[in-house]
Write a protein that binds this ligand. Sequence first.
Ligand SMILES: [Zn+2]
Length: 243
Amino acid sequence: MLALVWKRSDVRESSRLVTLLTRERGRVVALAKGAHRPGSVLLGRIDFLNRVDVTFAGRGMPLLGKAALVHEPRALRRSPRFETAAHLCQTLDHAWLADHPDPELFDLTLGMITLVERAPLESLGVVVAGVELRLLRHLGSFAGAEHCASCGATIDQGPLWAGPSEGGLGCEQHRPERSRRVHPDALRWLGTLDTTAGRDWPRLRPGPQHGEVLALLGNWLGTALEHRLPLRPLCLTSLAVSL
Ligand SMILES: [Zn+2]
């Protein structure tokens, strides 16, 4: 079964607990016996974000049987791809539930890693915004970029306002509390990201209001996930994005 190595922790001297993401079983914590021993067939394969072909054995906590390396994303070991992947993994991790298959989230996670590994450096900021936006959609916390969530009034009919805590926008009449007016170009750029397939994000260059879009997404995500995202500032700094 294809699995993504998500986390690792040492248990005993020679063994490790490995958290794997799979399409079929979701997020699985498995015991990798003897993974530390020199000569172990698992050595070097169960590294962060490696794609591996695995088998599980045992009842209760599964034992990791074999793990064949499918792909090692070496480009992610270097800045700024490293910081970008670290932030997006930490963010997506909050959406993963234990032992709950979520094929859509699995595809988003795997697609994210491929994009962060391969996209031109100048497009990484686009990839960050795109993945964050897809995650908000996945969580049901984003209603669309170019219209009022309450009445459907579009940006062509007047300015839209964004609240700090919802992925929805409001027109003059339906302004969320403590909201601020969003630049129409920021909303158009958000709309472009939303309607462009993920594989095509690397071809986009950040729109003029990219910083404002990232600020909005950061607020909405923090609320939707009920977590702070401490690696996000580091990621944006490494990409030279200012909000
Ligand atoms: Zn409205």
